[in-house]
Design a protein around this ligand. Structure first.
Ligand code: MN
Length: 313
C-alpha cells in the first residue's frame, strides 16, 4: 500500500496541525485519506512535519474488513529514491516487483524494497473475504550517496525482539537499545513495533535521533500528552529515554533517526530532490521507457497524474 503523496500532504497552511506541545513532545494530527478504498491515517508527510529522521512517509492503513467489493489491491506503480517498508498488523499482502520478486508478507514479517534509480511493484490483498487487513506502509528516503543505485528487495521472517519493563518491542529495521534488525538500511534509524501492557514502560531512545510514536491501538501517555490512533507524537532529539504510561494494553510503532540533512522533493510515488527529477521519472513511467521494468501482475498498471506544476503559468 504505497502513497501517493499529493498536494494536501504538503501544501503550506496557517491551519495548525499541532494539538499539544509539552516536554519536547509535539502531538501532530494525521491526515485522514484513503488508498483504493482502504482508510488511511497519514502520519507523514503532513503540513506540520515532512520527515522524522530519514522516514518520509508513514501510513497507518485499515483496519478494513475485506469483501469482494472492498479489496485494496494496488496495481503496478513506480518508485524512486526510497525504501518501502511494509509491516502488517493484520491480514496479508502479496508483493510483486520488476526484479521478479513475489513475496507474501504477514504479521511479524517484513518486506523492504529499495527503489534506487527506479523500480515498480504491485501489492495485492490476498486474505480471504471477511478477514481484517491493517498495516503500516512506511518509506525511508535514501541518502544522496545511494539513491541512484540499483533496486533491491528483501523479506525477513525472523526479527529480533527487545524486552521492555512494561512490554516488548520487535525491531523490524535499524537499532533499538543495541538490538539490530537484519533489514537493509543506509542511514542510522529505528523502526520498531511496541506491544505495551498496563503500567509504565521506560523506552530507551538514541540521543541523536528524533522520534515519532504512532499509536495503532489503545492510548499511550507521554508526560502530559496522550497519543491515540490518528496522531503522531513527535519527540525532539536529545533524549536517552521516554516514559510511556498505558492504562490498558496498547500498541505503537516507533520510528526515528538522525534528522535528515537533505532537502527532499516528494511527488506521487517519487522521492527526489527537484522538480526536474520528478518530471523525468513521470515521463519515464508514462512512456514505459524500461527504466522501471515490468511487473508480472494480474492488476492494472497505475498511471501517474501529471505533476501539478506542469501546465501552470
Ligand atoms: Mn508502492
Amino acid at each position: 500500500m504505497s502513497g501517493p503523496v499529493g498536494e494536501p500532504d504538503l501544501e503550506d497552511s496557517s491551519e495548525p496541525s499541532t494539538r499539544a506541545v509539552g516536554d519536547g513532545v509535539l502531538l501532530l494530527e494525521s491526515r485522514a485519506t484513503d488508498v483504493r478504498g482502504l482508510p488511511v491515517r497519514r502520519g507523514l508527510p503532513t503540513r506540520g512535519r515532512r520527515t522524522v529522521g530519514p522516514w518520509c512517509f508513514v501510513d497507518h492503513a485499515g483496519p478494513l474488513l475485506l469483501d469482494s467489493d472492498r479489496r485494496p489491491d494496488i496495481g503496478p506503480h513506480p518508485h524512486i529514491g526510497l525504501h518501502t517498508v511494509t509491516w502488517m498488523l493484520e491480514g496479508e499482502m502479496l508483493h510483486r516487483d520488476s526484479l521478479g520478486s513475489e513475496q507474501l508478507v504477514r504479521p511479524g514479517e517484513l518486506n523492504v524494497m529499495t527503489a534506487g534509480a527506479g523500480v515498480a511493484h504491485s501489492e495485492e490483498a490476498t486474505s480471504p473475504d471477511r478477514r481484517m487487513i491493517q498495516l503500516l506502509q512506511l518509506w525511508v528516503a535514501q541518502p544522496d550517496s545511494t539513491r541512484r543505485g540499483a533496486a533491491a528487495f528483501e523479506h525477513h521472517s525472523q526479527l529480533p525482539r527487545l524486552e521492555l519493563t512494561g512490554g516488548e518491542a520487535t525491531v523490524f529495521i535499524g537499532t533499538l537499545a543495541a538490538v539490530t534488525s537484519p533489514a537493509r538500511s543506509e542511514s542510522a534509524l529505528v523502526g520498531a513495533d511496541l506491544s505495551l501492557r498496563q503500567g509504565a514502560t521506560c523506552l530507551p531512545l538514541e540521543r541523536g535521533f528524533e522520534h515519532g510514536l504512532l499509536v495503532t491501538e489503545g492510548a499511550v501517555r507521554l508526560g502530559n500528552t496522550v497519543a491515540t490512533p490518528g496522531t503522531l507524537a513527535y519527540l525532539l532529539p536529545g533524549r536517552d529515554e521516554i516514559d510511556l504510561q498505558v492504562t490498558e494494553r496498547a500498541r505503537a510503532i516507533l520510528v526515528g533517526g538522525a534528522p535528515f540533512a537533505e532537502e527532499l522533493f516528494m511527488w506521487w510515488n517519487f522521492v527526489a530532490r527537484s522538480r526536474a527529477e520528478v518530471e523525468l521519472a513521470y515521463a519515464d513511467w508514462r512512456d514505459d521507457t524500461g527504466r522501471f521494468g515490468q511487473v508480472l501482475s494480474p492488476l492494472k498498471r497505475i498511471e501517474a497524474p501529471p505533476p501539478h506544476w506542469l501546465g501552470r503559468p
